[in-house]
Design a protein around this ligand. Structure first.
Ligand code: UGA
Length: 436
């Protein structure tokens, strides 16, 4: 989020990037993102070459050389699900120290996802530890981001809306002006809020998305028990209702990544401390936690036990167009398969190295999807990369020992696969013929 925002902003303003990780700074200086994100390298390379995006290894230089500082650090959850605000606190401390050397007004913007009250209480009090005062020497905003991995650049350039949580009017006016200049005629709706609402909007947004997907997954479980039922048809049917909307209704192996799992847990944990039980969000998490095991159960049933069987996994990243495997359902699926003593072959277009770092020589790492299918007794489609959508029934038939396919993302056309290979899928009831 930090690098994407910085690179995009640098197409219109001068940006100074600081990170405590010197290796990351070196990579960015070369115009290369330290992770895979479509379109990012192109923009980054251009703004670095143009000199619009400069990096520094001194946080003091970063603050003294700019008018606005965005805090974009991670807020991981601890074992209890609470947000660990250590990085936010240390970033605020660095800014506070630098502000002492600055005479002009400076705007600090929290972009990290933080529990309600964090900006107005923790960040503000750290910034005021020295002689500087909010409203006099510096301004403070909370500006949540809604970038998705895999389409972060597109989301940054064309956001649905911008939320500005502001400590005071001057702070909000300054940040709004920055966005007005950046987006020009493409300015999305801007909502000016207080800090707490802005913080809550971010959590609530992710919790709602997670709940929507879990709802589809809950109905998928029901569909599997009803001959002839198919969750993709049911969700398509309800998605046309404008009050529901068609997005985030794809049933599958569950939501992963660094955000939905972290933010739902943090919201539940924060609410619990406030004496409020977010039952619906808790259930959404429980439904999600069961998805990988459910996928393995479908495979076990289809094959008749996986002990000693050769299983191929197509797709490892938590979703397509990213190499991110944080909380990826593939990891839980692999663990279950290994516990069941299956032999596991894997393939992903970009996430292989990340998975190899975790599982080492316990898996067979393949160079292509075709290689992954060779001699397999069960194929599990876990991440819906475009290249997997092109696979035909023959591609499976030719290579697999026993052609059993478990479609965890509902990407295959049932009609073209029917009667050719054994296809089981998330949210698909048995065919009526099979029941007869
Ligand atoms: C999510 C939000 O969508 C962003 O708006 C937000 O800015 C970001 O978190 C964040 O907090 O930083 P992201 O984690 O990149 O973005 O991923 P999503 O596109 O939300 O997908 C999350 C998971 O849900 C993926 O595993 C995906 O496969 C799954 N999903 C999504 C489904 O299973 N079904 C769907 O219909 C949609």
């Amino acid at each position: 989020m930090g690098l994407t925002s910085a690179s995009c902003l640098a197409t219109k303003c001068d940006v100074l990037g600081f990170d405590t990780n010197a290796k990351k700074i070196e990579e960015v200086k070369l115009g290369k993102a330290p992770f895979f994100e479509p379109r990012l390298d192109d923009i980054l390379d251009k703004v670095i070459k143009k000199g619009a995006f400069q990096t520094t290894s001194s946080y003091v230089d970063a603050v003294l050389g700019s008018n606005v500082t965005f805090i974009c650090v991670d807020t991981p959850t601890d074992a209890s699900g609470s947000s660990n605000l250590g990085y936010v606190e240390s970033a605020a401390s660095m800014i506070a120290e630098s502000l002492e050397m600055k005479s002009s007004w400076h705007l600090v913007v929290v972009k990290s996802t933080v529990p309600p009250g964090t900006t107005s209480q923790i960040v503000k009090s750290i910034l005021e530890r020295g002689s500087k005062r909010l409203g006099v020497d510096f301004g403070l905003c909370m500006n949540p981001e809604f970038l998705r991995e895999g389409s972060a650049v597109e989301d940054m350039l064309n956001p649905d809306r911008i939320i500005i949580g502001e400590a005071d009017k001057k702070s909000g006016d300054n940040l709004e002006q920055l966005f007005r200049e950046f987006y020009g005629e493409k300015l999305p709706p801007i909502l000016r809020e207080n800090l707490e609402n802005a913080e809550l909007i971010k959590y609530t947004n992710n919790a709602f998305l997670a709940t929507k997907v879990s709802f589809a997954n809950m109905i998928a479980n029901l569909c599997e028990q009803i001959p002839g039922a198919d969750v993709t048809h049911v969700m398509k049917g309800i998605g046309y209702d404008k009050r529901i909307g068609s997005q985030f209704l794809s049933a599958g192996v569950g939501w992963g990544g660094s955000c939905l799992p972290k933010d739902t847990r943090a919201l539940v944990s924060t609410s619990k401390k406030l004496g409020c039980d977010l039952m619906l969000v808790r259930d959404a998490i429980t439904i999600n936690d069961e998805r990988p095991r459910h996928m393995v159960k479908l495979a076990e049933e289809a094959v008749g036990g996986l002990n000693g069987k050769c299983v191929s996994l197509l797709g490892l990243s938590f979703k397509p167009k990213t190499d991110d495997i944080r909380n990826a359902p593939s990891l839980s699926i692999i663990k279950s398969l290994l516990e069941l003593n299956a032999r596991v072959s894997v393939y992903d277009p970009v996430a292989m190295e990340n998975v190899q770092r975790i599982f080492g020589d316990k898996l067979t790492y393949c160079k292509t999807a075709f290689e992954c299918l060779e001699r397999s007794e069960c194929c599990m489609l876990v991440t819906e990369w475009d290249e997997f959508k092109l696979l035909t029934p023959d591609d499976f038939l030719k290579r697999m020992n026993t052609p059993v396919l478990i479609d965890g993302r509902r990407i295959y056309d049932l009609k073209s696969f029917e009667h050719k290979i054994e296809l089981r899928a998330i949210g698909l009831g048995q065919s009526r013929d099979a029941v007869k």
